[in-house]
Ligand binder design. Structure first.
Ligand code: ATP
Ligand code: MG
Length: 422
């Protein structure tokens, strides 16, 4: 019996893997243009990193983490998100990362034990970016322009930006109280999770996806009415910058995000009508996170994460982008294998994508495969040509072939390399 992969964890096969790599290349180039450098953090972290940052009463920490004790009894978790690890790495390597602002980007797998469904997996991937050391609203506008620009460059259409603010430790407690009072009046209509969380973490209730909770909170007080002056000014400056940059957005005062560390600006890029998996990218400001993780220094910060599987799904299947073969070497008999193999290795060394058959298949079947792989040219190594020191050179698209010297064949393929390189 063959083994299956772990539920909710998928193999990424060609041609999707080629589309994936192309998307990652666009992301990387975009990030570098905005001045971000790459960081790669471990897939495993101490569990405490996430319980202290993402939050004890969030879905992620309560029920989605892959947590286990390793052989020395330490509790470890597969990272469910990328921000907390990046902050940990920043604190541990502060001096090496240079002056503020520090701009870092990442790509990689994340792990959450959720119910697998369309657009929701247990191992999924994110492209993310974090900007540290400035609480300027221009930083928020920069991050949003980067994300908006990248999504546009991928060709994604119909995506809209929803913006909110969650206030800060000055004004949030008052809002918590207002919301909590409102929620106690709606207690009977809330799901069990929300009833339990209501007192400790009332914002979570606004994020609940249960129908009953959505209806019960339709008239909940808006955070926008409880902001202190600095938070209001910050929010208005971000909105002003977005208008100047002609980046369309809509306020969504119900958007609280699934993690506890956010302060002030939060945002999501959503595709309307995509159901519960309609968010392709999300993020926000998290000025308090470094201190929550035990740092002495307050490090203002803002970042986002893009769901790669969701983005690829929304972009559609498109053209399979697997590169076609340039030249297939066809041998009429196994005694030509060694010579054709030398050619193949040399051509690959010159940047030409060359293929050949090693199994001694018939010439007819080798041609069929050449055709299938989209080869532009075929070189035939045969008895009579070899006697004259030549090969047959066939242009597959034009359907013409001629016998030429080996030197001439090399010259022609050389031209192909130059075309490709140019
Ligand atoms: P959702 O509300 O869809 O559960 P989230 O708020 O949990 O999303 P974040 O933690 O903000 O998501 O992660 C950022 C992005 O990562 C999401 O917008 C989404 O595109 C993607 N993502 C999150 N969880 C999954 C998952 N289980 N499978 C695939 N992609 C995911
Ligand atoms: Mg989630």
């Amino acid at each position: 019996m063959t083994l299956s992969s772990v539920r909710g964890m998928k193999d990424i096969l060609p041609p999707t893997s080629a589309r994936w790599a192309a998307l990652e290349k666009v992301y990387r180039e975009c990030a570098i243009r905005f001045g971000f450098s790459e960081i790669r953090t471990p897939v495993l972290e101490k569990t405490e990193l996430f319980s202290r940052s993402v939050g004890e009463t969030t879905d992620i920490v309560e029920k989605e983490m892959y947590t286990f004790s390793d052989r020395s009894g330490e509790s470890l978790s597969m990272r469910p998100e990328g921000t907390a690890p990046v902050v940990r790495a920043l604190q541990a390597n502060r001096a090496a990362l240079g002056e503020w602002p520090v701009r870092l980007f990442y790509t990689g797998p994340m792990f959450r034990h959720e119910r697998p469904q369309k657009g929701r997996f247990r191992q999924f991937h994110q492209f993310g970016a974090e900007m540290f050391g400035t609480d300027s609203p221009f930083a928020d506008a920069e991050i949003l322009t980067f994300l908006f620009g990248f999504l546009k460059e991928t060709g994604l259409s119909g995506v809209s930006l929803e913006l909110n603010t969650l206030g800060d430790p000055e004004c949030r407690p008052a809002y918590h109280r207002k919301l909590s009072d409102f929620l106690s009046s709606q207690e009977d209509r809330l799901c069990d999770d929300c009833r339990r969380r209501r007192a400790k973490n009332p914002l979570r209730v606004l994020d609940c996806k249960a129908e009953g909770c959505i209806r019960a909170t339709a008239d909940a007080p808006s955070v926008l009415d409880s902001l202190c002056d600095p938070c209001r000014e910050h929010f208005e400056s971000v909105e002003g910058a977005l208008r100047e940059l002609e980046i369309p957005f809509a306020r969504n005062p119900r958007m609280v995000r699934g993690l506890d560390y956010y302060r002030r600006t939060t945002f999501e890029f959503v595709i309307p009508g995509m159901g519960a998996q309609n968010t392709v990218a999300a993020g926000g400001r998290y000025d308090g996170l470094a201190e929550m993780l035990g740092g002495r220094e307050r490090i203002p910060a803002i970042g986002f994460a893009i769901g790669v599987e969701r983005l690829l799904m929304l972009l559609g299947e498109g053209e399979p982008r697997g590169p076609a073969t340039d030249v297939t070497l066809v041998t009429s008999g196994i005694r030509f294998l060694a010579e054709a193999f030398r050619w193949k290795m040399e051509l690959i060394g010159r940047g030409i994508r060359a293929e050949m058959d090693y199994e001694g298949r018939s010439v007819k079947s080798q041609f069929r495969r050449a055709d299938k792989s989209g080869a532009r040219f075929v070189l035939v190594f045969g008895e009579s040509e070899a006697e004259r020191g030549g090969v047959v050179f066939r242009d597959m698209a034009a359907g013409v072939q001629e016998e030429i010297s080996k030197d001439e064949a090399i010259r022609r393929l050389h031209r192909l390399t130059e075309e490709k390189g140019g």
